[in-house]
Design a binder for this molecule. Structure first.
Ligand SMILES: [Zn+2]
Length: 126
């Protein structure tokens, strides 16, 4: 099992006071990254294989899923820290929400409020 830690962060908007939130970061070692990458590759190449059976559409679908699977493979291989379950309060409108973050954890990064659709900035607390 990958190790996980809770990472506190700060959300900044345009007007309001910065707010605090948390995100769960899963840490993968080299072997876990490879296993995740192979699982992703197998899944999408499996879908591509099934699409071979669809007439006409397979000309588009099969290469698309093969390419997507390969892209996923390298994405996952390079993802040492995966961010999930990010929660925070929008500093501009005050809505508490689950935040949509880039899967590969990095800070700072831009996020968008689901309520007011303003661009916010996620940073690590100093
Ligand atoms: Zn908002």
């Amino acid at each position: 099992m990958p190790r996980a830690r809770i990472q506190p962060f700060t959300l900044r908007g345009y007007h309001g006071e910065p707010t605090a939130g948390t995100v769960t970061i899963h840490e993968f070692n080299r072997e876990q990254r490879l296993r995740r990458a192979l699982a992703g590759l197998g899944k999408w190449w499996g879908v591509a294989l099934v699409c071979v059976l669809i007439p006409v559409a397979h000309f588009v679908l099969v290469p698309s899923f093969l390419v997507y699977g390969t892209w996923q493979f390298f994405q996952r291989l390079g993802t040492a820290e995966l961010a999930t379950d990010a929660r925070g309060v929008c500093p501009d409108c005050g809505a508490e929400q689950a935040l949509e973050l880039a899967p590969r954890w990095r800070a700072p990064q831009p996020v968008t409020c689901r309520q007011c659709h303003r661009g916010l900035r996620l940073t690590l607390p100093s």
